[in-house]
Design a protein around this ligand. Structure first.
Ligand SMILES: NC(=O)c1ccc[n+]([C@@H]2O[C@H](COP(=O)([O-])OP(=O)(O)OC[C@H]3O[C@@H](n4cnc5c(N)ncnc54)[C@H](OP(=O)(O)O)[C@@H]3O)[C@@H](O)[C@H]2O)c1
Length: 116
């Protein structure tokens, strides 16, 4: 997560897995240094399964949405996933093992009224 100060709800949901099978690290997928530091913090940089879940939504009439807000969506949802994949893919290829899961949206397949 981007800000570990906001971890309380997550820890509550995690129960006694925290510290055993669950660890938390800071990660901002919009910041390539943050991505690198997060992957470096994993033992031997070994990521067996990458789940690209980070994402933000933006709904509304196209003409009323600022370009900078639209760019933030692409920087997070698309380039954010690309940054993390670029960081783990070379190691996965070297090991010839690994899985990458990317969260998407039904809105990538079908449109909805008043949304571009
Ligand atoms: N809920 C829906 O109806 C819906 C529909 C279609 C697609 N999706 C997609 O499904 C995924 C999960 O959605 P959700 O509804 O569970 O959303 P959510 O509760 O808002 O969770 C999104 C997560 O993305 C993280 N995130 C956002 N920007 C980030 C960044 N720059 N770097 C790292 N983490 C970042 C947030 O972490 P922080 O704790 O740091 O804020 C948050 O934990 C997203 O990719 C979303 O686009 C959701």
């Amino acid at each position: 997560m981007r800000d570990l100060k906001r971890k309380d709800r997550l820890l509550e949901a995690a129960g006694d897995t925290y510290g055993k099978t669950l660890a938390l690290q800071t990660l901002d997928v919009c910041d390539v240094e943050s991505v690198k530091q997060c992957v470096d913090s994993v033992k031997d940089r070994r990521v067996d399964v990458l789940i690209n879940n980070a994402g933000i939504g933006l709904l509304g009439p196209l003409e009323s949405i600022k370009m900078e807000d639209m760019k933030k969506v692409f920087d997070t949802n698309f380039f954010g996933a690309v940054r993390v994949i670029k960081e783990v893919m070379p190691d996965m290829k070297r090991r010839r093992a690994g899985h990458i899961i990317v969260m998407s949206s039904v809105m990538g397949l079908q449109g909805t009224r008043q949304c571009a």
